[in-house]
Design a protein around this ligand. Structure first.
Ligand SMILES: Nc1ncnc2c1ncn2[C@@H]1O[C@H](COP(=O)(O)OP(=O)(O)OP(=O)(O)O)[C@@H](O)[C@H]1O
Ligand SMILES: [Mg+2]
Length: 265
């Protein structure tokens, strides 16, 4: 079981859209995937959770705050191979109940994942959808528990790389403090509009900065992705011919290839 966070302190860069559609793609490739919604905005929960996020009474906040709760108590089955630990705005209240110096503020998710590894209810991959923050208990919990992270960047924003160093340094500092094994799996450029100068400039800057860490697949701007999120569906079920479907299928294949290559033959 490998745990992968999708993180960027910038909002609206496609973290949740990537988590949801890549999780669907992995699950269709026969992998068992658990999505952990670490964002009290509950966007992944809105798309995957089936009901209004407020209707879930066992959320990530309860999981982190209550030592007696396990993943199995909170995870909902989206399909036979796709599962979700939901979040909603009440998650903030649960987190506020954690004492300031409590280890759960740091290691809560890792502890639950370690228990999961010992039990029978295994997943091949856990995808953690991070909130747009650089620090705070949710990001710290995600980084402390993860083996790797994917950094989605907005391919049409000239500010795409602003603060990226700071984010990566923050992740590195948490990694050292928590003895986590997290490392950058790759950088995914989203919202690409190949016809605009801005997109070309961003692509070049991202490749200059990150080199081979950049995934070859990019995600083009495609409004069908927005429709899929709103109608709570996998983009490839909604419109298999869309760019969004092709790009996320391509990305899922490339990401899985990277994960398999790391593991060795
Ligand atoms: N490739 C794309 N083309 C067009 N729209 C997209 C694309 N990817 C995501 N979107 C839309 O852009 C918005 C932001 O995407 P998303 O919620 O995935 O970003 P996020 O990084 O998770 O945001 P936040 O930081 O607020 O959690 C959503 O409305 C989503 O439907
Ligand atoms: Mg999000």
């Amino acid at each position: 079981m490998r745990i992968i966070s999708f993180a960027n302190h910038k909002g609206g860069v496609g973290k949740t859209t990537t988590v949801v559609n890549t999780a669907f793609a992995f699950s269709r490739m026969g992998r068992r995937v658990l999505v952990v919604d670490m964002d009290p905005q509950g966007n992944a929960t809105l798309t995957l959770g089936g009901v209004d996020p407020f209707e879930h009474d066992q959320t990530i906040g309860h999981l982190l705050a209550d030592k007696d709760l396990g993943i199995a108590d909170c995870a909902l089955a989206v399909s036979d191979t796709l599962f979700l630990v939901p979040a909603n705005l009440d998650t903030y209240e649960q987190l506020a109940l954690l004492p300031p110096n409590s280890a759960k503020r740091i290691f809560g998710l890792r502890e639950k994942m370690d228990l999961l590894r010992q039990g029978e209810d295994r997943y091949d991959f856990v995808f953690v959808d991070c909130p747009p923050q650089i620090e705070g208990p949710l990001v710290i919990n995600a980084v402390a528990a993860s083996d790797a992270y994917v950094l989605p960047v907005d391919g049409e924003s000239l500010y795409a790389l602003q603060g990226t160093n700071h984010l990566m340094q923050a992740i590195e500092a948490i990694r050292e403090d928590t003895n986590s094994g997290i490392r950058l799996l790759g950088v995914l450029v989203t919202m690409v509009n190949p016809r605009t100068t801005a997109s070309r400039l961003v692509m070049r800057a991202v490749r200059d900065f990150f080199g081979n860490a950049v995934f070859k697949t990019t995600i083009r701007r495609n409004t069908t992705l927005n429709k899929a999120n709103l109608s709570r569906r996998y983009i490839c079920d909604l419109d298999p011919a869309s760019y969004g479907c092709k790009d996320y299928q391509g990305f899922a294949g490339e990401m899985l290839g990277r994960l398999d290559a790391e593991r060795g033959p």
